[in-house]
Design a protein around this ligand. Structure first.
Ligand code: NDP
Ligand code: 8X3
Length: 254
């Protein structure tokens, strides 16, 4: 088969939708998944004149559902060349002693277990064909802590280390693994983090030129399009308007 088959999680908005657009090229086959079906239908309508598109409503934290979605792939979409583990979210920015434990659990279920399920179910086919590429979306939060980043950063640290460990397991195969660590990017991410509070979300990006979803999609496209013997292991990118701060120091009042 010519072209590539690309399985994208979290394709209904942000990075995932932008990646669907950059990979929509004649000859490619896109599998677009997310919980919300309406944005997937709109993408199907937008992109299906360019290439084959298969949409699947899917909650990646539901192991049986991921198994069902992979098992039910139509024949022409079964040989996946690229798995983009992108679905994920942050919920809240409270300090650890005040967070809603359900939020922590949802982040673990989505950002960790979702990546585990999709990888475990799709990887065997790649190994059997001796070709494929897993691209995992981690975050600068995986390496750089910040107040309120608690479990979100922890889940992304998992994604980064899981990616490296996959490389170890796959040595000797032609299956590549890349971990992408974006900094602040303007998508629905902050609206989700602040549970629909658009005003609070807008303040995160106010006065900055944040990364865009298209920037991330171009980066994903670049790592996938390297020659087959080149594996980009980890790639961190930030807006020009973001950098690290000094260590925080608590001082008693003098
Ligand atoms: P968006 O909120 O715009 O997109 C998140 C996507 O994940 C949506 O398509 C959403 O779809 C999907 N998703 C969430 N939960 C689930 C689930 N349980 N099952 C399936 N899909 C799910 O944010 P971004 O595009 O910014 O985020 C994409 C990834 O990038 C995330 O992993 C995020 O952590 C990471 N990231 C984001 C950064 C940023 O600043 N924006 C920076 C670094 C990393 P639906 O709701 O329809 O299920
Ligand atoms: C998203 C970037 O800084 O909000 O992963 O954690 S940040």
């Amino acid at each position: 088969m010519s072209g590539q088959t690309i399985f994208i999680t979290g394709a209904s908005s942000g990075f995932g939708a932008a990646c669907a657009r950059v990979f929509a090229r004649p000859g490619n086959r896109l599998i677009l998944t997310a919980r919300r079906i309406d944005p997937l239908i709109r993408l199907l309508e937008e992109l299906s004149s360019i290439c084959a598109v298969h949409i699947v409503p899917l909650d990646v934290s539901d192991r049986q559902a991921v198994q069902g979605a992979v098992d039910a792939l139509p024949e022409q979409f079964r040989e996946i060349d690229v798995l983009l583990n992108n679905a994920g979210l942050a919920l809240g920015l409270e300090p650890a002693h005040q967070v809603d434990l359900d939020d922590w659990e949802t982040m673990v279920d989505t950002n960790i277990k979702g990546v585990m399920y999709c990888t475990r179910l799709i990887l065997p086919g790649m190994v059997a064909r001796n070709r494929g590429h897993i691209v995992n979306i981690s975050s600068t939060a995986s390496a750089w802590p910040y107040p309120g980043g608690n479990v979100y950063g922890g889940t992304k640290a998992f994604v980064t280390q899981f990616s490296r460990n996959l490389r170890c397991d796959l040595l000797g195969t032609r299956v590549r693994v890349t971990c992408i660590q974006p900094g602040m990017a303007e998508t629905e991410f902050s609206t989700v983090r602040f549970k629909g509070d658009e005003e609070k979300a807008a303040k995160v990006y106010a006065g900055t030129e944040a990364l865009t979803a298209a920037d991330i999609a171009e980066t994903v496209q670049w790592v996938v399009n390297r020659p087959p013997h080149v594996n980009i292991n980890t790639l961190e990118l930030m807006s020009i308007d973001q950098a690290w701060g000094p260590f925080a120091i608590h001082r008693e009042q003098q």
